[in-house]
Ligand binder design. Structure first.
Ligand code: FES
Ligand code: FES
Length: 161
């Protein structure tokens, strides 16, 4: 076992990790941050996306020890300081960008990374960026709509689904 230390949602945390422990398991089991979901463990579904040093990363593709010293952000760190939903989270709620919710944390984290790089993405750019995020409820249309709304674009002409 190795002691791993990183900053998670602005707080320094340490925990014991076997060398093969995935970052996703370190966060979920070690830190009880269960908002990060595991849908496949094989880098396909995107349910486990978190930010590591500002980049969207599938946390099932990274070892906990590789995140030593990193700044990690999870869905639990996405709300505003006063506890209210962030603009992206609110847009998902307003535009019904979730059904069962299993994919939602990963979608929100990916969306936040996209908007940080590209503040006004068009529909095609959003769909391309979300290629690594699977929604088993197939709610893609409203997810795309929510992200466009979160970026301040007019979505009134987009059909509801
Ligand atoms: S659990 Fe990481 S991509 Fe599916
Ligand atoms: S809302 Fe159910 S998997 Fe996406």
């Amino acid at each position: 076992m190795t002691t791993v230390t990183m900053t998670v949602n602005g707080r320094e945390v340490s925990g014991e990790a076997e060398p093969r422990m995935l970052l996703a398991h370190f966060l979920r089991e070690g830190q009880r941050l269960t908002g990060t979901h595991l849908g496949c463990d094989t880098s396909q579904c995107g349910a486990c996306v978190v930010h590591v040093d500002g980049r969207a990363v599938k946390s099932c593709t990274m070892l906990a020890v590789e995140a030593e010293g990193a700044e990690v952000r999870t869905i639990e760190g996405m709300a505003n300081q006063d506890g209210s939903l962030s603009v992206i989270q609110q847009a998902f709620q307003d535009h019904h960008g979730l059904q069962c919710g299993f994919c939602t944390a990963g979608m929100v984290m990916s969306a936040a990374a996209l908007l940080a790089d590209n503040p006004k993405p068009d529909e095609r750019e959003i769909r391309e960026y979300l290629e690594g995020n699977i929604c088993r409820c197939t709610g893609y249309h409203n997810i795309v709509k929510a992200i466009m709304a979160a970026s301040g674009q007019d979505v009134s002409a987009m059909a509801a689904e």
